[in-house]
Ligand binder design. Structure first.
Ligand SMILES: Cc1cc2nc3c(=O)[nH]c(=O)nc-3n(C[C@H](O)[C@H](O)[C@H](O)COP(=O)(O)OP(=O)(O)OC[C@H]3O[C@@H](n4cnc5c(N)ncnc54)[C@H](O)[C@@H]3O)c2cc1C
Length: 432
């Protein structure tokens, strides 16, 4: 193994090798004006653009790199319930009316994604076979059962699995039981991103790639975005830069901590192996602080994710412990070859919830999905669009908040590295 080889978290992704081609886009050239300008071209931005364009709003998307260069083109592609907090936690935090609207949003997130795919015939290998969360120790089982009871009160049926059920659904006997979320699933994330862009363009949105926004100013007619090759004037700006947020908007980056997640994908597994590893083609995550997450791609490659080191370029040795952890769950993969290695930035927030943040009149940010952005980022795109289309609607699907900043943000890399060690220790102790 050549240890000095560095892995580009975008170029070396499985998704790059198997994605549907991107729609044609070019850099911005000259000066343009739109009703709405969107910064970033991930799922949040592109679903916002699609929704706005469908409602006759003129919209321009500006992306620093290529379509899906950020987390959207690199993710595990798992489509889950939208938020990390339970229904009772949401009610406690936001009160009954807003809490219930949020619960509705969470429950409808996977169906929103899969119906968008159907409606616009997005070529992105969707599979809606459900998501399994495996309990690492029996103390987690009552928590999972209580969560299923909570969701049942809102008409959402999650299935509690005992150890035998879990083994049957996943092929591993390493877990004590678990939870099954039937409406969840997976897709090819880069294809999904590119195809959402295609649909947005078809409805009239303009998308400029290789166009980093370098300046943002308020003027008499709204906002002016500056780039190296032109400007965009608009009434409303949506900032959808998530874990790739820089210093363009003062104080925004301090409200997020970008942690890294890494993924590996195997050679296509034989039919016999596929009968013993996630035989139902469910997506699978274990219930730890530092989760392992599994899924298949359309060609029968198993893709597995884990936390990564705090940098954007990865080395083959960064994946050693992930490969060891996989064998602990599926020892039958001992001789399997790992063909793809990649990773990217996951945006964490202090509240562990995403935010819809009105930074200034006409300047709004939507981001911070804490690892659930395939579904929730898509959903947030629609919510941002509705926020612009219906500005006086006080009963929106998502509350407008001012997210808290992380104290000592400039030391976040060291902080995350220490937190990962602490969580790893806790996971180890909990498994004894
Ligand atoms: C390895 C990995 C695995 C993941 N797995 C899952 C999963 O299985 N399920 C799940 O739900 N979530 C997962 N996530 C999280 C999910 O991918 C993200 O939450 C989601 O894609 C965020 O989408 P987004 O559009 O908000 O941001 P992004 O897709 O990150 O897009 C932000 C874009 O903004 C652009 N940008 C930044 N600054 C500027 C600027 N100044 N000018 C122009 N453009 C700019 C960037 O280039 C980037 O393309 C994963 C993330 C990673 C990294």
């Amino acid at each position: 193994m050549n240890k000095s080889y560095t892995i580009d978290g975008s170029r070396d992704a499985l998704w790059m090798a198997t994605a549907t081609g991107p729609p044609p886009t070019t850099p911005l050239d000259g000066d343009q004006r739109f009703d709405v300008a969107i910064i970033g071209a991930g799922l949040t931005a592109l679903n916002a653009a699609l929704h706005l364009a469908r409602h006759g709003v003129s919209v321009g998307v500006l992306e620093a790199a290529g379509l899906g260069f950020g987390a959207s083109g690199r993710s595990g592609g798992q489509v889950n319930l939208g938020l990390n907090l339970s229904p009772s936690q949401l009610i406690e935090k936001f009160g009954p009316a807003q809490g219930e609207r949020l619960i509705d949003t969470v429950i409808n997130t996977p169906d929103h994604v899969f119906s968008l795919i159907k409606e616009h015939a997005l070529q992105c290998d969707p599979v809606q076979n459900g998501w399994v969360q495996g309990a690492v120790h029996s103390r987690q089982l009552p928590l999972q059962s209580a969560l299923a009871d909570e969701y049942a009160r809102y008409g959402c049926a999650l299935e509690v699995l005992n150890k035998d059920d879990l083994t049957q659904r996943t092929g591993t006997n390493r877990y004590q039981g678990g939870l099954f979320v039937p409406m969840a699933g997976s897709l090819q994330p880069l294809s999904y991103t590119r195809e959402l862009a295609r649909a947005a363009i078809a409805h009239g949105a303009a998308i400029y790639t290789q166009t980093p926004v370098t300046g943002l100013h308020k003027n008499d007619t709204g906002w002016l975005l500056k780039t190296a090759t032109g400007t965009v004037g608009c009434e409303h700006v949506l900032v959808c830069t998530n874990g790739y947020t820089g210093n363009l908007v003062s104080g925004l980056a301090q409200r997020l901590v970008p942690v890294r997640s890494i993924l590996i994908a195997s050679e296509p597994l034989s039919d016999n192996l596929r009968k013993t590893v996630l035989p139902d083609q469910v997506t699978f995550v274990d219930k730890r602080n530092l989760i392992l997450y599994f899924r298949y791609d359309r060609d029968g490659r198993i893709c597995v994710g884990d936390h990564g080191p705090m940098r954007d370029e990865f080395r083959l040795e960064d994946y050693t412990s992930l490969k060891r952890r996989v064998l602990d769950v599926f020892p039958q993969l001992e001789s399997t070859r790992w063909d793809y290695h990649w990773g990217g930035r996951v945006a964490m927030t202090k509240s562990t919830l995403p935010f819809l943040y009105e930074i200034a009149p006409g300047l709004t940010a939507g981001m911070g999905y804490n690892g659930r952005g395939v579904g929730m980022g898509t959903m947030m795109g629609k919510i941002l669009a509705e926020h612009i289309l219906h500005p006086t609607d006080q009963a929106g699907a998502f509350p407008v908040t001012e997210p808290k900043k992380f104290a000592l943000h400039k030391f976040h890399s060291a902080g995350v590295t220490m937190a990962v060690k602490w969580y790893a220790l806790q996971d180890h102790l909990a498994s004894l």
